[in-house]
Design a protein around this ligand. Sequence first.
Ligand code: FCB
Length: 426
Amino acid sequence: MADSSGPRFPLPDGFLMGASTSAHQVEGNNVSSDLWALENQPGTFIAERSGDAADSFHRWPQDMDLLRDLGFNAYRFGIEWARIEPEQGHVSRAAVAHYRAMVRGAVERGLTPVVTLHHFTSPNWFSARGGWLTEDAAELFASYTRTAVEVLGEDVRYVATINEPNMLALVHAMRRAAEQGRPSPTEGGDTGGVAFDPSTVEPSPNMTAALIRAHRAAYRVLKEADPGYQVGWTVANQVYQAEPGAEEIAAAYARPREDVFLEAAREDDWIGVQAYTRHRIGPHGPLPVPEGAETTLTRWEFYPEALGEAVRHTRQVVGAGVPVIVTENGIATSDDERRVAHTERALASLVAQMRAGADVRGYLHWSALDNYEWGSYRPTFGLIAVDPVTFARTPKPSARWLGALARDRHLPCGADRPQHVAASAR
Ligand code: FCB
């Protein structure tokens, strides 16, 4: 590897630099999905409907043109089970052709596609018959994966089976608790209708086991179809930090919420790290954001070093032999300068881990576009702004800044700048 001691860290060959989206959050009109049904139910607790989202279902060529022109070499996007199999057993050939065209479109533009098979939303028929907890859920997911192989072809190498299974399991537990009349999820909130206090419940072992079974089933299908597919899943890394004396409590708290999902990746080809902020754990459980700390539009603490810490923890649990791809990292803010500041420090913390030997294969920023943040359009995570009426795309300065790093093939490593001083909340 080239000299990496200065303030610029040369990217290893083949390192992916790009951005991420998910199908439901950008496509629009995902009408056969369970979330669309929930969003449009009379009296729903979800604050805002996804509606047309960013209309990327039609505008994906423009999105990919922009990412290429900005200097990126990778794009993570999702394909939607609810479009590919809108009714159980009925495959939409048009949807398969649509996603196949996207894969080809990415490759033709020099963007390495990283394709997610499941990102929070399921077909409405699947959830209506019991979702992941039904006996044949893994087989149904495997059958969808078999169809997905037609989309991936020989062009896709990196496949993520399920996005953030730990969040899926946690949200499931929240909804079960609400149905049973236990303290309900906080409604509305800045992240939209699905905001909740995750400290009051934990994922059920049944749900966790079901998701792991589905992941393994999809893994097998993919490897049988083409052993060259690099298969993994992506975990929401919460960066649980123990206060002095609370180490055991923090470890017990983290286990069902994160670590079991990381352990399940020990035999995988790679692991997706997704980090946004930290969570401090005291002797009595989770602690609030520290007094006076800067917070983002999702009310998360501005704490960019979460990325490096997430990579370190992931390596510890999964093992150093499984390569890491940062499949999400970013910030919800209307102040694009804070996006650059956040990302610069996050990347420096990532470089520190790479220098310490972490095998990191890529950095995919969340998100390429401002999009539907699960109940609200208010938290803007995008490198590229999207007009909600005309759908016009406008790259923000952060997009040009990150794209230039991708083009120049280096990352900032923080050696030339003083440590950040927490700014006031904005
Ligand atoms: C992650 C999700 C992604 C987006 C970001 C902010 O948990 O995978 O869809 O909502 O958070």
